[in-house]
Design a protein around this ligand. Sequence first.
Ligand code: HAM
Length: 424
Amino acid sequence: MIRKVKGTRDILPPETRLWVAVEAAAHRVFAGFGYDEVRLPVMEPTELFVRSVGEDTDIVAKEMYTFPDRKGRSLTLRPEGTAGVARAFIENGLGQSPQPLRLSYLGPMFRYEKMQRGRFRQFAQIGIELLGAATPQADIEVLLVLHTFLSELGFADLVILLNNLGDPEDRAAYVARLKTELEGHRSELCADCERRWQTNPLRLLDCKVERCRELVADTTPVAEMASSEAKTHVAAVEEGLAALAIPVRRAPRLVRGLDYYLRTVFEVVSPELGEDTVICGGGRYDRLVTDLGGPEVPGIGFAIGEDRLVEVLPPPYRRRVLERPLAAVLPIGAAAAAPALALTRQLALVGITAPCEVTGRSLKAGLKWAGKIGAAAAVILGEREVEAGVAVVRDLARGEQSEVPAGELAAHVARLLRGSESDS
Ligand code: HAM
């Protein structure tokens, strides 16, 4: 037997229903705020991620699926979506369209990570990017979209953790301070942090090694070293969120694992998956498009890990989606086979799930099958019913049945399924 690649998943029904429902909610909410979907390649030139996510991040240094194509060009399976959006913005001259630009995306991302709960090598993200607005109002909007979407899924107690990374110009003074404060403990840092010390000291705050975490816990928060403009910006974001009653909490050590961020950064953690399991991350990246050779276009966005999101969906939402009421259409005899499929079509077109029995089962076996697939009603069609233009509708819970004219079938079945929903 050939098995799937380690770290990938087969997502099967009925779980896929949750994915479909979550994605439909994302499209609906994002579209309401004016975000249109982009569909970008899963493969990009490796250089794109090296220059945007950053050479000394865990993602680029350790986690990318990078390979030469047949002509020797280095390609990478995208580990995240923002870099591709920035590339597409530049390549398609999207700066010419009315600004700001509101884009959304969803799809698979790839990171070669150690396997653990909620961590996969192929995982899906749902994200938005708002390009062309540098105001606090833009940050507030992006966080409002996030909050609205999660609320639509029934999450009530998720807290957004937020920090201020300051501007790149503030970084040198902060890094100098950080190094001074850690100097006495330098020999205790892990080998990775020793390298980060030279190449990208902000990443010291991102280390997962326990001792490194303890050491950075006592250092000056990065937000304290931010310029007054950056402080004013993030304060205005917090004020705006408070006015919209969106709960946020300052997280002074939050730096995010990607290099393109400045000023506002944020994450959402799920209590169910543990403090370390982030279901959403995002932030502002005003220099990214320029760093990739494009015009000066500020940006902010977030990405939600869809695998993790689906895993922690609130039980009532999960039930509502999974326990979709359905009817089974059961033809009896060859003459009813095609008309039965026509009934399925009639019901399907008005949004009623009504799969048809197509394996030639007897009525008795057909009813058993209907029970197994969780049908609340059976629509039974024999030769006589076909001729009379009716169908027999049986309430499978109560065992009652009645003959219904074809024209009234949809309304009748819908009523019955609604009733079965309120019973359960
Ligand atoms: P990120 O924090 O690297 O940010 O990833 C966003 C989310 O993707 C994480 O919070 C997590 O839920 C999910 N995720 C990441 N790695 C895995 C994995 N191995 N298995 C399952 N889920 C995972 C970004 O990717 C940025 N591009 C977000 C952003 C958009 N910033 C601005 N705009």
